[in-house]
Ligand binder design. Structure first.
Ligand SMILES: Nc1ncnc2c1ncn2[C@@H]1O[C@H](COP(=O)(O)OP(=O)(O)OP(=O)(O)O)[C@@H](O)[C@H]1O
Ligand SMILES: [Mg+2]
Length: 517
């Protein structure tokens, strides 16, 4: 700031002194204001806000010390030079104690006045710079503190909202961090554990030592790391919770300061694994039952043609035993042989069908021709159907799309539905199987309909439950429909049923078409 921009206020009751000072300072380039007493001086000071105030000490009304106090109260940055009479050293010292920047004595020497002003300017500038600098540092400090707070809160949030339980502990194993998931999993609250208990509390006896050993070995993801290690967490109530643990040793400047562990609760996964195993077991059980029923049916189905074939063979041997066959005999033999061929062919088809159903247990997805599947299923159940005087009708739409799925599993569903229909028609009836295609929704529909006893309304909600059966002991165990439901759902399809007591039942299976069609 050059001299012209500096504002100086002179307060003095002696007009002569005011004027002389004003001229001197005006000549030196200062912008000067003057006031004849303390009161008006303070008013002018508020209005013009000078950088420097020069005030006489002895004035009627408010004296210079009071002016100094008030100016400093208003704005401590303003520089105040007091003017004292010669020998008033005590007053001068008092003014300096009140943060006056300087004092000059009367009579006023121009040179001394200008020197005092130069010093006041320097003081003013330095003070300003210092204040600006302090402000800047303060500002930076505040924003750094805010940044730090933000980062801290973000990290805290991250730890708190993690689905995995997180425990952080110091070198001695004392817990420092314990997040929300950890609280939920273990049943302990943060307050109960942080700084109060050690890691041992959460593991079976001796387990922490084993964990430490693994952590420092190369075995699980390298030294100082434990990667996907399965362990057991002991909850507050003593429950054993299966967990998957990943941990790492924490370092600061190459010095070990603790460790952090991430715990994944495996209970839900274990439950799902168990459910899957149970389901697979039930599916297998149902398949074995279907197979048993089918085998009995197939044995009869094969026995009849076999005895027919045997009869023809015996007849032919008998005829041949009587001497050379006549032309008429040869024509008969040809007819017998054609019949025997078609019967043998049928037997071998049935047997290979049954074998295919019994052998395959691995789930294998292919494009399935549902019409072919329906026909094979009817063939396997034929004997049971005939035995019970059941007439079979099929309405198979040749235009239907293929279904993406496991042939064997879907066949198991159709056979279960056929067997249920057979059981529902002990005195004979009609079994109608239809296939159709809803091209708009890309669904292949299979309808298995019987004219049997129907299902009581009250039973309908339960028929898909495992082990729900209305059949006599030894007749059914109630696995058929739950298997159908599981398989069709697994294929992304749906099962529905309509039934009327005494009239019959229809099961509708809807399966999504093969995606590549
Ligand atoms: N077509 C049907 N007509 C009448 N009732 C039926 C029909 N299909 C199923 N049900 C009823 O639903 C029950 C459950 O059928 P599901 O196939 O699950 O078991 P189940 O046939 O009794 O025994 P399983 O199939 O294990 O030999 C049957 O006991 C029967 O009461
Ligand atoms: Mg059944």
């Amino acid at each position: 700031m050059n001299t012209e921009n500096w504002k100086v206020l002179i307060i003095d009751d002696e007009e002569g002194i005011r004027r002389v000072m004003a001229i001197t300072l005006g000549d030196a380039g200062y912008q000067v204001f003057t006031a004849a007493d303390g009161e008006s001086g303070i008013e002018l000071c508020k209005k013009e806000s000078p950088h420097i105030v020069i005030t006489d000490i002895r004035m009627p009304g408010i004296d210079g010390i009071e002016v100094l106090k008030r100016v400093k109260e208003e704005d401590p940055d303003k520089e105040v030079i007091v003017v004292t009479a010669y020998g008033e050293m005590e007053i001068a010292i008092r003014a300096l104690q009140l943060d006056a920047s300087d004092f000059i004595t009367k009579p006023i020497n121009d040179e001394a006045l200008l020197v005092a002003l130069t010093r006041a300017k320097e003081r003013y500038t330095t003070r300003r710079e210092l204040r600006d600098y302090t402000n800047l540092i303060e500002q930076r400090w505040i924003s750094t503190a805010e940044e730090l707070k933000k980062t801290f809160n973000f990290q805290k949030n991250l730890i708190e909202s993690s689905i995995d339980g997180i425990i952080g502990c110091d070198r001695e194993g004392r817990i420092i961090t314990f997040n929300k998931s950890m609280e939920d999993m273990s049943g302990y609250s943060k307050d109960e554990v942080v700084g109060k208990v050690s890691l041992d509390r959460f593991f079976p006896v001796g387990e922490v030592e084993i964990l430490r050993e693994k952590l420092y070995s190369e075995e699980y993801g390298g030294k100082y790391r434990l990667f996907l290690f399965e362990s057991t967490l002991i909850s507050k109530t003593g429950n054993k919770i299966p967990v998957q643990l990943s941990a790492t040793v924490l370092f600061e400047d190459d010095e070990e300061i603790g460790m952090v562990g991430f715990f994944r609760d495996l209970r839900e996964i274990r439950r799902m694994e168990q459910e899957f195993l149970d389901k697979t077991r039930l599916l297998h059980q149902d398949k074995m039952i279907s197979l048993g029923k089918l085998a009995a049916s197939v044995v009869h189905e094969i026995n009849n043609p076999l005895s027919g074939i045997l009869n023809y063979i015996r007849l032919m041997i008998k005829i041949l035993g009587r001497g050379a066959p006549t032309q008429e005999h040869i024509q008969k033999f040809q007819r017998y042989l054609t019949l025997m061929e078609s019967e043998t062919d049928r037997c071998s088809k049935i047997v290979s069908n049954l074998l295919a159903f019994s052998r395959k247990s691995k789930v294998e997805y292919t494009g399935i021709d549902i019409n072919d599947l329906i026909q094979k299923s009817i063939m396997l159940s034929q004997h049971k159907l005939t035995l019970q005087n059941i007439h079979v009708e099929t309405h198979l739409n040749p235009e239907i799309a293929k279904v993406w799925g496991d042939f064997n599993q879907i066949q198991q569903c159709i056979i279960n539905l056929i067997f249920n229909a057979i059981d529902a028609m002990p005195d004979g009836g009609t079994l109608t199987i239809e296939s159709s295609f809803d091209s708009q929704r890309g669904l292949v529909e299979i309808r298995v309909k019987d004219s049997g006893c129907g299902i009581a309304k009250g039973d309908i909600p339960y028929i898909f439950d495992p082990f729900f059966t209305t059949k006599k002991e030894g007749k059914g165990i109630g696995l058929g429909l739950s298997t159908v439901y599981g398989i069709i759902e697994g294929h992304g399809g749906s099962v529905s049923v309509e039934s009327e007591l005494g009239k019959g039942t229809v099961f509708v299976l809807k399966l999504p078409q093969h995606p590549n069609q």
